[in-house]
Design a protein around this ligand. Structure first.
Ligand SMILES: *[C@@H]1O[C@H](CO)[C@@H](O)[C@H](O)[C@H]1NC(C)=O
Ligand SMILES: *[C@@H]1O[C@H](CO)[C@@H](O)[C@H](O)[C@H]1NC(C)=O
Ligand SMILES: [Cu+2]
Length: 233
């Protein structure tokens, strides 16, 4: 009896580990950085458990217990930046990447507070009026995007957010897998990034793209959570 219970617990753990993920690495100049060097170590670094409360202090960078120190890596504006998981983005859902410029220009001492965040990249759902819905981010190992050329030079937090929607039909059911990297943007432009939001604050949890039954009825359309991306033009 006892060993059966232990085995069940173990099986559940393994299934959970396979299903969850973290985002511990960046990709700069084609090289993937080691885990938790340029990304702040998150509370779930060994459980991979998601954040489900969009108002929690952990919704910013999920690092309230790890007290992390990360190194800042330099990337040119207009260059590609990747953010990699420790497996794949296993669950159906969508991705947002936000950035925030360190107010005192030193990102290592910036906790991400304030209305400083703007979106730079997203991967949404593909819908066709209710016959099917698909999730282009699902099963990707990570994401890669181009840093806007108009981005002013300086130090930024880069926050990866993968929203898993497989049990999002009840409030608090959406699972947020997130982490923050530290980058030093060089050769930047003179754009004014925006619209700016605070994190937490950007979502209530009641958005149609967060509180959603993705299975039935098949959603006819999908509204990506958060502001529009910073216009790179
Ligand atoms: C950011 O890049 C500038 C320009 O190359 C450099 O002078 C500075 O030391 C870098 N800062 C960090 C924290 O990497
Ligand atoms: C689909 O569009 C309607 C009308 O704009 C909107 O009310 C609804 O919230 C959208 N559904 C989703 C899942 O975004
Ligand atoms: Cu999972």
């Amino acid at each position: 009896m006892k060993s059966f219970a232990t085995l069940s617990a173990l099986t559940a753990l393994v299934a959970q580990a396979a299903a969850h993920y973290t985002f511990p690495s960046l990709v700069v100049g084609g090289t993937t950085t080691p885990a938790w060097v340029n990304v702040r170590e998150t509370n779930n670094f060994n459980t991979q458990a998601p954040v489900t409360d969009v108002t929690s202090p952990d919704f910013t960078c999920y690092d309230t217990q790890t007290n992390p120190t990360a190194e800042t890596i330099t990337v040119g504006a207009g260059q590609q930046l990747g953010i990699m998981s420790d497996g794949t983005i296993y669950h159906p859902g969508v991705v947002n990447v936000y950035m925030a410029k360190a107010p005192d220009s030193d990102v290592s001492s910036y906790d991400g507070s304030g209305t400083n965040w703007f979106k730079v990249y997203q991967i949404s759902a593909v819908t066709d009026g209710g016959t099917s819905i698909s999730w282009p981010a699902q099963n990707l190992p990570g994401v890669t995007f181009t840093l806007p050329e108009a981005l002013p030079s300086g130090q930024y937090l880069v926050r990866m957010e993968a929203i898993a929607l497989h049990v999002a039909q009840t409030f608090g059911g959406a699972q947020f897998y997130l982490s923050c990297g530290q980058i030093n943007v060089t050769g930047g432009g003179s754009g004014t990034p925006g619209p700016l939001v605070a994190i937490p604050g950007v979502y209530t949890g009641y958005e149609p793209g967060i509180l959603i039954n993705i299975n039935y009825p098949i959603p006819a359309n999908y509204t990506q959570p958060g502001p529009v991306s910073f216009d790179v033009s």
